[in-house]
Design a binder for this molecule. Sequence first.
Ligand SMILES: Cc1cc2nc3c(=O)[nH]c(=O)nc-3n(C[C@H](O)[C@H](O)[C@H](O)COP(=O)(O)OP(=O)(O)OC[C@H]3O[C@@H](n4cnc5c(N)ncnc54)[C@H](O)[C@@H]3O)c2cc1C
Length: 493
Amino acid sequence: MPTEKKHINIVWFKRDLRLQENEAVFNALKSDEPVLLLYVFEQLLIDDNHYSQRHWDFIKQSLVDLNEQLEPYNSKVLVVHSDIIAAVNQLLNKYHITDLYSHQETGILVSYERDKSFTRFCKNNLIDWHESINNGVQRGLKNRDQWIEKCNAYFEIEPLPFNPKKGQLLSIEEVDQLATVFTIPSLKTDLDTPFQKGGRTTGLKYLDSFLEKRYENYMFHISKPELARTGCSRISPYIAWGNLSIREVYHRAYHLKKTTANKKPLEAFMSRLRWQSHFIQKFEMEHTMEEASINKGFQKLKKEISIQYQDAWKNGQTGFPLIDACMRCLNETGYLNFRMRALVVSFFTHNLWQPWQEATTHLSQMFLDFEPGIHFPQLQMQAGETGTNTLRIYNPIKNSYEHDPKGTFIKKWVPEVQDLELRFVHEPYLMTEMEQGFNDFKLGVDYPFPIVDIDETRRKASDTLWNLRKNKVVKRESERILKKHSLPNRKFS
Ligand SMILES: Cc1cc2nc3c(=O)[nH]c(=O)nc-3n(C[C@H](O)[C@H](O)[C@H](O)COP(=O)(O)OP(=O)(O)OC[C@H]3O[C@@H](n4cnc5c(N)ncnc54)[C@H](O)[C@@H]3O)c2cc1C
């Protein structure tokens, strides 16, 4: 006689690597059924060139942290190297599974396709897949008419607790036993790196220290490449990988705002938390943005690809010290503040006149906080290809003097120029032959000549893009975009 299979529910962790304020976990724990917590390192994402080792390490550190939090419950996450269908299929050999919980994912094309296949798989296997809303992003919207109300309603809900019933989570022994039929990846990572360490415990430390003190200088430091590293919250990777939820962060800031006299920086911070949802919502409703400009009128813009320019940009060898400092710093630490991200994209798309698509994978691999729903819309916005936003071409020299006036950031990342007179730190190419001799510094040898003429390339990009904005397809598309994505009473999207 075959024995009856044990009934369990599953929580499939995606970009929501936390136990508290996790609606998928919360809903799974509502019933009395045993619950298995599952994370799958999926080959289709490992192979995807938007991701890099720094992301997988951050996830591994988050899982180690989750397991530490699960110890008091004598449980752990089943972490496997597989694909989700194969993993659940394997689990079906042993268990009766009727309900699976996760968050909706506004991801790249491969994860969208995977979700469609998994929906079919669940239907065929009589599994109800319950997907919770993530970060206030609504699925299936045609426009933003009701979005703000729905998003507000999401943000108003009190953060959800984590309260499993005794013995409800599968025990460590049972999970270890299960692991024997799977390929199990090692969760060991090198912790001695300049990257922010993954996991809720560290994420909360960043949030606590920001709301205790650091927020006070938020508005003064937000655009400065060096000062923003401590003056901004630095919670973005913890939000992107779900160690923290945007709603719990919003609640913490909201409560502090009620008691502090210094409300302005908190208001600015909270509105950025809302931008997070706004951008991801746009990507949710316009997923082709991963590959093509949202404004179809810009899709006929042809730019000649230069691998030489692209390599110089990637490696911080353009001859513009602020650009080079930003790229080298990003490559090494995984972080840049908003303005510097906008600046390097503007330089790539306008001054080097390269298609924004050519910048996406390098940047997504380098940004520890890679979030597709912000990444692609921001790239297109900074490339001036939406038709609905003001065209901004950042001047790397002006930004250098304004936001790094003493050259602190540049000197740290471009040591070749650190001993030069301050004006040459910003503009080494201004040195005459004689001045180069006095400084024992040779342009083109110690540091590159600028690879483009900044004024000429800016003029060309500006003329071309402004001209295109008069094109009737661009205009028609701009109207469509405004209608679909802008909030009622707003004239931008
Ligand atoms: C080309 C480009 C690509 C970007 N790619 C990403 C990305 O992949 N992931 C990502 O999280 N952010 C991205 N951003 C937005 C922004 O630069 C980062 O969110 C911010 O610098 C993270 O630092 P912080 O946590 O200290 O931010 P804070 O200033 O402390 O802001 C708090 C939080 O608000 C949200 N936020 C802040 N600014 C923005 C913004 N402009 N749009 C949407 N949400 C925002 C983020 O969740 C952030 O963690 C991108 C910006 C540009 C110009």
